[in-house]
Ligand binder design. Structure first.
Ligand code: DQA
Length: 146
């Protein structure tokens, strides 16, 4: 059975409360429950993590190298400036898909840059929670290429 890590970065524990006009009213627990249900349906194991700390996000990415078959990551604001998270993703051999709930390209200019996306398999933006589901399907059905 494939094992997938879902890693949500800074401030994503505030989903449901945080800027509902941008991120919606559903919570992180709602998101994680949806993904676990989807995992059951698709026959894979899902482990969900959230951290507000860059180093912890990096540690989780390293761990995923040994323990998983793929990673879905929403690095939150770290997306836009964290070379540490980028290098952690580049250091592992399992496929990583980056997800953003909002359409970062339709927002402030600083959100248009992702320093992490170039070292991922792909990026999904602007589709809300569905982006995570699509990323899961892509990891399970995708080719073997990192
Ligand atoms: C986000 C977009 C980021 O710009 C922001 O800092 C977040 C959430 C998203 O999911 O749309 O924290 O990653």
């Amino acid at each position: 059975m494939k094992h997938i890590y879902v890693i949500n970065g800074p401030n994503l524990n505030r989903l449901g409360l945080r800027e509902p006009g941008v991120y919606g009213t559903s919570t992180l627990v709602d998101l994680e429950n949806m993904l676990k249900e989807e995992g059951l349906r698709l026959g894979c194991q899902i482990s969900c993590f959230q951290s507000n700390h860059e180093g912890e996000v990096i540690d989780l990415i390293h761990k995923s190298a040994d323990l998983t078959d793929g990673v879905i990551i929403n690095p939150g604001a770290l997306t836009h400036y964290s070379y540490g998270v980028r290098d952690a993703i580049a250091s592992i051999n399992v496929p990583v898909i980056e997800v953003h709930i909002s359409n970062v390209h339709a927002r402030e200019a600083f959100r248009h840059t992702s320093v992490t996306a170039p070292v991922t398999k792909g990026q999904i933006v602007g589709l809300g929670f569905m982006g995570y589901k699509l990323a899961l399907t892509a990891l399970l059905e995708g080719d073997e290429k990192k």
